[in-house]
Design a protein around this ligand. Structure first.
Ligand SMILES: Cc1cc2nc3c(=O)[nH]c(=O)nc-3n(C[C@H](O)[C@H](O)[C@H](O)COP(=O)(O)O)c2cc1C
Length: 257
């Protein structure tokens, strides 16, 4: 997964959001779907009159969860019923017996689980997160949603989202607006900063942990060499100008660099 702004989307705390209820959207994502959903949901939240903030679970200060009032978890399952890499430390924290039953007395939460029915432990991490949030005193906003990547994940997610917005407006006593979501316009530049041994491979079977340290988000494209690269999420905080692309992804883009 691409490393992004761990504190959430860039504009989440801007003046325009002052005084609006905050919806914190956590994502546990390996190949980018939940991450993309999270950033889209944050934009939708803004169009619905809230302050939406997408937050990578990796690097999140878990103890802060008790201070969150309204959270969403978009949780993919990987391995054989395991958390995604970016969610491991959060998952260990929330499932630890050290957590007391009344850890989250003022947190309202909802979960959408991403998975694939071909796997034995379908959506296991979403379900475990949902259960643990309840165990720790969180208030469930609505029933967990399940998205099946082997079937109709996008439809599953849309159906859950409709219910989510209905429940969210009921919770805050607000009124739904027609969902005019600003179209996402990817706008990053990538500059080739590597030597021959760090070039990105155009190979489906490449090692996802292969060294790509030569590739950075930065201000300028330079040469004319054509490469292709898999991106897990076409969403990136371009203001963070020194970010490494570190993992294999499920979306491919071609870059002229
Ligand atoms: C190697 C691998 C292991 C997976 N393991 C599971 C699993 O145990 N249970 C499940 O429900 N889905 C599993 N999935 C499906 C993913 O959860 C699903 O594709 C999800 O949409 C990925 O979301 P992401 O792109 O945000 O990581 C697995 C997918 C892959 C590629």
């Amino acid at each position: 997964m691409i490393k992004g702004d761990k504190k959430g989307s860039a504009s989440a705390d801007s003046k325009e959001n002052e005084g609006k209820p905050l919806i914190t959207i956590f994502f546990g994502s390996q190949s980018g779907t939940a991450q993309t959903f999270a950033y889209e949901l944050a934009e939708e939240a803004k169009s619905q009159g809230f302050n939406g903030k997408a937050v990578d679970l990796e690097g999140y200060e878990n103890e802060e969860l008790a201070n969150e009032k309204f959270v969403v978890f978009l949780m993919a399952t990987f391995g054989e019923g395991e958390p995604t890499d970016n969610a491991v430390q959060f998952y260990e924290w929330i499932t630890s017996n050290d957590r007391q039953p009344n850890t989250l007395p003022s947190t309202t939460y909802s979960v959408f689980a991403l998975g694939n029915r071909q796997y034995e432990h379908f959506c296991a991490i979403g379900h475990k997160t949902d259960k643990r949030m309840e165990d720790l005193g969180g208030k469930r906003l609505l029933e967990i949603g399940e998205g099946d990547d082997d079937g109709s994940l996008d439809d599953d997610y849309s159906a859950w989202k409709s219910k989510f917005w209905e429940a969210t407006h009921a919770h805050f006593g607000t009124t739904a607006t027609a969902q005019v979501v600003k179209a996402f316009a990817p706008s990053f530049t990538l500059a080739w900063a590597g030597s021959a041994d760090s070039k990105a491979a155009d190979d489906e079977n490449e090692d996802p942990n292969a060294n790509r340290t030569g590739m950075y988000c930065a201000g300028a494209a330079a040469t004319t060499k054509f490469i292709s690269y898999k991106l897990l999420c076409c969403w990136y905080d371009v203001q963070n100008t020194n970010c490494k692309l570190i993992q294999n992804t499920n979306r491919r883009i071609a870059l002229n660099v």
